[in-house]
Design a protein around this ligand. Structure first.
Ligand code: C2E
Ligand code: CA
Ligand code: CA
Ligand code: CA
Length: 278
């Protein structure tokens, strides 16, 4: 028994070690990747259910390394959050998104908003608004074309402070979306105080609409959002069944593989050309 215990202890230690090594590897890859421009931005369309028209898109970061291939955001974002590298990565994403959207507007291909994810670390930077202003100005993009997606965790950490930060963003004409709604701690009392424009219903709720209770849940979320004058986006919509339930529940906008997976900037430009409103 003692030996078994010993082995177990050793195994535990090894795997912990392995994890720490892997994290350090990714941290180093990210530092190098920031220098060598290995972070690229993909775009996923947000579509109007009723008209099938494009209403906007979400910018999603991709980390493409020459040696390890594509590393998923699910793997590197949490590490980047911990090391603080997410601040620099987030600014690269914002800068590239603004540059792409400016080009698409100038070409007459697009006239809506690009949504960019904002991490908690970025959100709490004292000079956040200045940093955003600088990037918008650099790309000559009016703030009207920008939406920021913020999670519940980010704003519920210090809701009072969050409200004041959100107000200063909102005052610039930037739209704000509550991302992954319903998955974190969300306070309904605060929900009405946040200067939000959009509520994004998390994929987990969309996946669960097959049963009556799950459908009722989404129904309730959509109703709350509409009562607060918020726009609703359903994320992770993969099939026609989900689409028709969402239409029945009066959800206007959907995002998901049903319409398109996230696309590279040149692929998305093709998508735009096929979706120019006539
Ligand atoms: P998120 O903000 O909830 O983004 C939606 C995720 O769902 C994306 O994963 C997208 O590719 C995926 N998705 C969209 N439609 C479908 C669908 O129909 N089915 C399935 N199975 N998945 C779908 P992705 O790109 O891997 O990003 C994962 C998460 O990483 C994001 O979740 C977001 O939290 C974070 N992330 C991505 N890019 C950025 C960024 O630039 N900055 C920050 N701070 N976080 C980012
Ligand atoms: Ca998002
Ligand atoms: Ca989301
Ligand atoms: Ca999500």
């Amino acid at each position: 028994h003692a030996k078994q215990k010993g082995n177990h202890y050793l195994f535990f230690n090894d795997s912990m070690n392995e994890q720490a090594v892997k994290r350090l590897q990714i941290e180093n890859l990210m530092r190098y990747g920031l220098k060598e421009d290995h972070f690229v931005v993909y775009y996923q369309p947000k579509m109007n259910i009723k008209t099938g028209e494009l209403v906007g898109m979400e910018a999603l970061v991709r980390f493409i390394t020459p040696k390890k291939g594509v590393i998923s955001p699910g793997v590197f974002i949490p590490i980047a959050e911990e090391t603080g590298q997410i601040i620099e990565i987030g600014e690269v994403v914002l800068d590239k998104a603004c540059q792409d959207v400016k080009r698409w507007i100038d070409k007459g291909l697009f006239n809506g908003r690009v949504a960019v994810n904002l991490s908690a670390k970025q959100f709490s930077l004292p000079d956040l608004t200045t940093r955003i202003d600088i990037i918008l100005q650099k790309n000559q993009l009016p703030s009207y074309f920008l939406e920021l997606e913020i999670t519940e965790g980010t704003v519920m950490d210090d809701p009072k402070e969050a409200i004041s930060i959100m107000r200063s963003l909102s005052a610039r004409g930037i739209h704000l979306a509550m991302d992954d709604f319903g998955t974190g701690y969300s306070s309904l009392a605060y929900l009405k105080q946040f200067p939000l424009n959009t509520l994004k219903v998390d994929k987990a709720f969309i996946d669960d609409m097959g049963n009556e209770r799950g459908k009722n849940m989404v129904d309730s979320i959509v109703t709350i959002a509409h009562n607060l004058d918020l726009h609703v986006v359903a994320e992770g919509v993969e099939n026609e069944v989900q689409l028709s339930i969402l239409e029945e529940l009066n959800c206007q906008t959907v995002q998901g593989y049903y319409y398109s997976k996230p696309l590279s900037s040149s692929e998305f430009e093709q998508f735009l050309k096929q979706h120019i409103p006539s």
